[in-house]
Design a protein around this ligand. Structure first.
Ligand code: ATP
Length: 497
């Protein structure tokens, strides 16, 4: 992870927000290359979900329409969704360090012989760090002398014997308490309870409240989807692991409205597979993606009788060999529309045109993290290769790569820069390309490898004789000679494949 984070800063993918003032925990700024990568992932999602939605299991093209709603909504929305009363995590503090932790993200190592202290770690602590901490604090004991227990399974009465994650003394951890994760602000000049408003913790809330508007103003018929991409905010207690868990992040969500009499399981399986395939298509590898079924106790109460919930999980390097969430495929049943109907007093039902029957649609959701997707793609792409001057390269799929090609004259003379410039001017109309004339060619290749440009087009003396250039493929470093006129088409085909 350290190498990935430092590359991101060095090459302008991601910076700490307010870095010159020491940063602000849980917030990140996307640099010139990061914003391109993020926008490419975002646009590909929008294209596959909204512009050309997939063909459904019944062979018919699906209808999905988009929305772009306000971040701040009437607080009643979050009352109805359950976020005001229930969107919380159990948290505990360390009295000594004043650090705060999420209970479900901690594990304890309890001595098997019940002698001496137990030690608490973050769930993603690395083995060498665990070993070295035990060596310092656990008097002659090592990892094998302990059993691993998730902290929520440990009774508070046993805390006096536990040493917290960032201290050397036992008994400093407080009892876990519920902590609401919504960020809030006050609207207007006064800051009283009556003008308290929340920054949305997920993008789907306002999809539900606009359900009737969409049905009444567009020609969608059930089953159909409503999609939205945008910022969400959660006052995460321990923002960690670079952009994985941040306080401001972006989501790409789609609510799929079905007839409750439809084969819901069939639709659910369809969305699970469709979404996983999408991540594979943009470059994640099959062996690093898997489904994780929510256990019965993890399921939202309204989903208990439905088809369940699955997360698409990715094997991020900070948690490998384990996996963590990238996208959730959830059964939301009729919960949200029913809640909004009862709190607003407005009918949130749908009328079947053939039978004239009114019903509350059944909702399945695909809830992906855009910024978490950026992280997964960055982690997947980082490839060590000691044989190159850069020591590594970013193996981005051409469709998400921030720069699609670099145009490099071998030398900055003999008419080569002019040819390069001409090619650049014709290609920049179609894609994001770099023109790089200075430095020796090895250094320029190294830079493009680090930023993951899939193709380098080199102009050399032969180009001036026969109008051909070499195209260097980033991963194999293989070079192919093609005619100048064919360069654009060649790269366009690779991006689309
Ligand atoms: P977690 O268990 O990791 O807190 P969640 O199950 O609460 O996540 P959802 O509410 O299902 O997450 O949100 C859908 C997606 O939004 C997640 O799969 C994830 O990709 C993204 N997401 C949620 N919280 C964050 C965050 N704090 N930072 C970045 N992405 C997030």
């Amino acid at each position: 992870m350290k190498d990935i984070v430092s590359l991101c800063k060095r090459r302008g993918f991601i910076f700490q927000a307010s870095e010159i003032y020491g940063g602000v925990n849980g917030f990140w700024d996307y640099g010139p290359l990061g914003v391109e990568l993020k926008n490419n992932i975002r646009d590909l999602w929008w294209k596959t979900m909204v512009i050309t939605p997939p063909i459904g299991p019944d062979g018919k093209p699906l209808q999905i329409v988009g929305l772009d709603t306000a971040i701040i909504q009437n607080p009643q929305l979050w009352k109805a969704s359950g976020h005001i009363d229930g969107f919380s995590d159990p948290m505990l503090d360390c009295r000594e360090t004043k650090l705060r932790y999420r209970e479900d993200k901690l594990i304890a190592l309890k001595p098997k012989d019940s002698q001496g202290h137990g030690f608490v770690f973050h769930e993603d602590a690395e083995q060498p760090d665990i070993e070295s901490r035990l060596k310092k604090l656990a008097k002659g004991k090592s990892f094998i002398d302990f059993e691993t227990v998730p902290l929520p399974n440990i009774d508070y009465s046993e805390y006096s014997n536990l040493v917290g994650p960032d201290t050397k003394t036992a008994g400093t951890l407080t009892e876990p308490k519920e902590f609401n994760l919504m960020l809030h602000t006050y609207l207007g000049a006064a800051s009283g309870l009556e003008n308290k408003a929340y920054l949305r913790p997920e993008t789907c809330g306002s999809i539900f409240t606009n359900f009737k508007n969409v049905v009444d103003t567009s020609r969608v018929r059930i089953p159909f989807g409503i999609a939205q991409i945008g910022k969400s905010f959660r006052n995460e207690v321990t923002p960690r692991n670079f952009i994985f868990r941040s306080r401001e992040f972006e989501q790409m969500e789609m609510q799929f409205f079905c007839d409750p009499k439809d084969d819901i399981k069939n639709w659910f399986d369809f969305w699970k597979e469709t979404r996983k395939k999408w991540w594979l298509n943009i470059g994640l590898s099959e062996n690093k993606l898997h489904f994780h079924a929510h256990s019965e106790e993890d399921l939202a109460h309204y989903a208990k009788n439905g088809v369940g919930a699955f997360d698409i999980e990715y094997q991020y390097p900070f948690i490998a060999p384990n996996f963590d969430e990238l996208e959730g495929i959830h059964d939301r049943s009729q919960f949200d529309l029913t809640q909004h109907e009862s709190l607003s007093g407005k009918k949130m039902q749908y009328q079947d045109l053939q039978t004239n029957e009114w019903f509350t649609p059944y909702v399945l959701e695909t809830a992906a993290g855009l910024t978490r997707g950026v992280l997964a793609i960055l982690c997947e792409a980082y490839t060590v290769d000691e044989t190159r001057p850069s020591g590594m390269y970013m193996n981005f799929h051409p469709s998400v790569a921030p720069k699609k090609a670099a145009i490099l004259p071998l030398v900055a003379k003999d008419g080569q820069p002019e040819v390069a410039q001409k090619l650049y001017m014709s290609m920049r109309e179609h894609m994001n390309v770099d023109l790089d004339i200075k430095q020796n060619i090895g250094k320029r290749y190294a830079r493009q490898d680090e930023i993951g440009t899939p193709f380098c087009v080199t102009i050399d003396p032969k180009t001036l004789e026969d109008q051909t250039v070499t195209i260097r493929e980033r991963n194999t470093m293989a070079q192919e000679r093609i005619h100048l006129d064919k360069v654009l088409e060649y790269i366009q085909q690779k991006i689309a494949s």
